[in-house]
Every structure is written in C-alpha cells, then in structure tokens.
Design a protein around this ligand. Structure first.
Ligand SMILES: Nc1ncnc2c1ncn2[C@@H]1O[C@H](COP(=O)(O)OP(=O)(O)OP(=O)(O)O)[C@@H](O)[C@H]1O
Ligand SMILES: [Mg+2]
Length: 342
C-alpha cells in the first residue's frame, strides 16, 4: 500500500499500444510497425496519434480503437480513484498519528505541571517549620545568641527566603500551565508600585555597583492590573537586568505614555548589560530555559522568571516586546491600559 501510493495513476495503467497487444487485437510486430510510422510522420512534421497511425496502416478499425480508448479511460479513472482513496487513508493515518503524539505531549505537560505543583506544596511545609524555628532562635526565644550564631541565623534566613521565592515561582508556574492563573484587576498606582520594586532591587544593584534609576513621565497614575502579579513582574525584570549587567552599568525602570493617546502606559526596563542575540530572543521566554549554562551558574536562577513574566503580561491582555543587542544591553517593555476610574 505504501509503495503503490507513491506511484502516479497513469503508471498503473498500460499504455494504449501495450493494452491492444495484451488484448490480442494487435501483434507486437504490428505495434512496432505503427510506432515506426508514428516516428516518421513526426519527423516529417505531421505528428500522428498512435491510434491514427494504426488506422492509416490498416492494422485496426475505428470502432475497435474507440473501444480500446474508452477502456483505457475507464482503467485510468479507476486507478485515479484508487490512488485518491489511498491518499485519503494515508492522510487519515498521519492525522491520527499526529493527534496521538499531541495527546501524549499534553499528557506529559500535565504530568510535569502536576508534579511541580505537588512537590512545591510538599516543600512549603518543612520550609515553614524551618522559618518558624529560625524566627524563634533569632528572637532569642531558645536562649541567648552570640555574634557568630546571630550571623549564622541571618544567613539561614536569607537562604530560606531564596527557597521560598523559588517555591512561589514553581507554584505560580504550575498554576499557569494548568490555565489556572487568575488575575484580580483593579486600578494600580504604577508610580508607587515601580518605586517599591526599585527599592527592593536597590540592594542587589548596589552590591553589583550598578546604578539603578526610576523615570516616571509626569501625569502617570493608575493602570488596570493585578497588583501582586505586576509587582512580581517588575521585580523579575529588574532582577534580570541587574543579573545580566556588568558592574558600572545602568538599569532603568521607566513609565511613559504614548505621545498621542493617554490610554496606554508603557512599562520598560532597560539595561546596559550583556544583551541577547536576535535569534535567541524567543528562547528566553521558554520555561527553565537559560541562554548560557556557564553564565547561569555564575548568575544563578532557574530560568522560570521570564516564562512567568510572559504568562502574567499576556493574562493582562498585553504583549512583551524585547529589543536587545549583544554587548550593548536589553530593553524589555509592555503596555498596560490606563484605569478609567481611580
Ligand atoms: N536583561 C537581560 N539581559 C541578558 N540576558 C537576559 C536578560 N534577561 C533574561 N536574559 C536571558 O534569558 C534567560 C531566561 O531568563 P529568566 O528570567 O527566565 O531566567 P533566569 O533569570 O536565568 O532565572 P530565574 O528568573 O528563574 O531566577 C536568562 O537565563 C538569560 O540568559
Ligand atoms: Mg530571571
């Protein structure tokens, strides 16, 4: 079936001459004679159909020829129908195979998301205990602490905070992959949120000797957004910008409106960092995807940040735009709708 379907219908039907010989209406010698006559006529500039050549040579009468031609047409039609059926069957088979592959893939994604959801909830519980005891110790509820012990608890606290963040990201990610991410949209005062995010990132920037600034175009107030999730987006974008910029660089969070309309506010994070090559720009939004293994080990993180940033921004009905140049820096921006009533 496979092989036959690769052959075109006319190959499956004998040519007229062969068919006449097969049917015993013509001998092989007579066919050769007629073909020779056909070649001569063509060479003389008066091409002839084989049937006409046979009639001219008196080897066949017109009614027999007509019957043979009709039979050939019928066989050709039959072969064509077979080929079509064959093709349809193959298309059906391929479609079924593709559907099966797709089903397996979404099952796998579902499993992955369930696994992540389960494991992150499992991680949360022991972490709560650890934090609880650390707090107790820090408050000297379990006895007085010397300087060294205080320092150790401080470091442990920071580590649990990092773990907490990672678990929160994983939970958000599994919700997003279940299509369960819900937004609570309300007017959010963007300058306040941007200030809070910059304040939060200030420490990291200072540590890396990166100058962090906030630029807010006058008149910008509220946008329709989910306060918590938008705050998270800003902190992720600032985190990346600081992480992928060398000391001495500059990171800017800016809020601006379009010159002609006042219904849209653009939120933009710009850095003077390592940049992203144009063909890699779509990759950075894939979950767990990090561009450079060695850089990632150096910079840390799991590669979930931007995947979630995109989910959240798109859940707001917006789209992220990335402009970047290797060695020059990156600009990531997305628009939000101004909130009607504040
Ligand atoms: N501002 C940027 N400049 C250069 N590369 C960037 C920038 N932002 C993101 N990238 C690239 O995109 C990848 C994915 O970013 P993403 O935020 O999803 O992950 P991450 O920061 O590595 O880890 P996580 O955010 O989970 O801590 C990064 O590993 C990095 O290679
Ligand atoms: Mg990140």
């Amino acid at each position: 079936m496979e092989e036959r379907s690769l052959i075109s219908p006319e190959v499956l039907v004998p040519r007229l001459g062969e068919q006449l010989v097969e049917a015993g209406l013509l001998s092989a010698g007579q066919l050769r004679q007629a073909l020779a006559h056909q070649r001569q006529s063509a060479a003389a500039g008066t091409p002839l159909l084989l049937g006409d050549a046979l009639i001219e040579l008196g080897l066949l009468d017109r009614p027999t020829l007509n019957r043979a031609v009709t039979e050939q047409i019928l066989r050709l039609r039959q072969a064509l129908e077979d080929a079509n059926r064959n093709l349809e069957a193959r298309v059906q088979q391929r479609t079924a195979e593709l559907e099966e592959a797709l089903r397996k893939l979404s099952e796998l994604n579902q499993l992955k998301a369930n696994f992540i959801a389960n494991i992150s909830h499992e991680l949360r519980t022991p972490l709560t205990h650890i934090r609880g005891y650390l707090e107790l110790m820090q408050g000297e509820g379990l006895g007085d602490l010397n300087e060294e012990q205080k320092k150790a608890i401080e470091v442990s606290f920071r580590a649990t905070a990092r773990l907490q963040n990672l678990i929160d990201d994983l939970i958000l990610f599994s919700q997003a992959s279940h299509g369960e991410m819900t937004l609570t949209l309300r007017p959010v005062h963007l300058p306040q949120l941007a200030q809070a995010a910059t304040r939060q990132a200030h420490h990291k920037a200072e540590e890396k000797k990166i100058s962090l600034s906030l630029e807010i175009q006058p008149g910008i107030t509220h946008a329709q957004a989910d306060y918590e999730k938008l705050g998270w987006v800003l902190s992720q974008l600032l985190d990346n910008a600081i992480k992928f910029t060398h000391p001495g660089g500059q990171v800017t969070l800016s809020l601006s409106t379009e010159p002609k309309t006042d219904t849209i506010i653009h939120i933009t994070v710009t850095d003077t960092g390592i940049g992203i090559s144009p063909e890699k720009i779509t990759e950075i939004f894939e979950p767990f995807h990090q561009l450079d293994g060695s850089a990632t080990r150096r910079y840390g993180g799991t590669g979930l940040g931007l995947a979630l940033v995109r989910e959240i921004v798109e859940a707001h009905g917006s789209l992220i735009e990335v402009q970047s140049e290797i060695g020059k820096g990156t600009q990531i921006s997305f628009p939000l709708l101004v909130a009607k009533e504040n």
